[in-house]
Design a protein around this ligand. Sequence first.
Ligand SMILES: [Ca+2]
Ligand SMILES: [Ca+2]
Length: 213
Amino acid sequence: MFNKLLKGLLGLAVSTLGSVALAAPVPESGDAGALPSDAQIMGDIGSITSITGRIESALDVDMFQLNLASPATLSFLTAATSTIDSQLFLFNSAGAGLWANDDMGTSLDAQLTVPLASGAYYLAVSSWERRPLEGRNLPIFGDMRGMLLAPLNPGIVTAWGGTGGIGDYTINVAMAPIPEPATWLLTSAGVFALLGRRRLQRVSTKGAGEPAK
Ligand SMILES: [Ca+2]
Ligand SMILES: [Ca+2]
């Protein structure tokens, strides 16, 4: 049974490596839209290692729709090779703001690292200081440097305000799965049961070799 478990785990590791090997950089196709209705559809986030594109005018914003198959901590990091003062914005499947960042630390490159449930999300990239607005034309996020920002206003993104610089970007994508508590409990219980059984087997084998009292 222990060998079976080991084989199962090795199989899982090999299939995980296989899926990682299939992940690839994805370029912006033409000019990605700026709102959920015309965002570029990217599919499964696990198949993407990076997104490359271009902010081609002072008003350009690129939005990408991503699907997360299971809970994970996702990292979107604008690479230092990018030639814009990048900002990253994450929206839920309805287009409401979740998280934003302009600069992380002393860098002008934006970064988002956040735990997320499975589902559809919209990631937008813009040049500072082009920012998302909700239906009343209020900014969805504030404009503070160096930190992860939660939304100021809960409305969904309907437009963008301000202008930004022109240039290229690369957003590196990384994903660390979050095990579901129930799965962990079941796995731990299984491993403890297995270890307990092996220990009992050892004790009984040892006991069999001892002289009877
Ligand atoms: Ca673009
Ligand atoms: Ca920035």
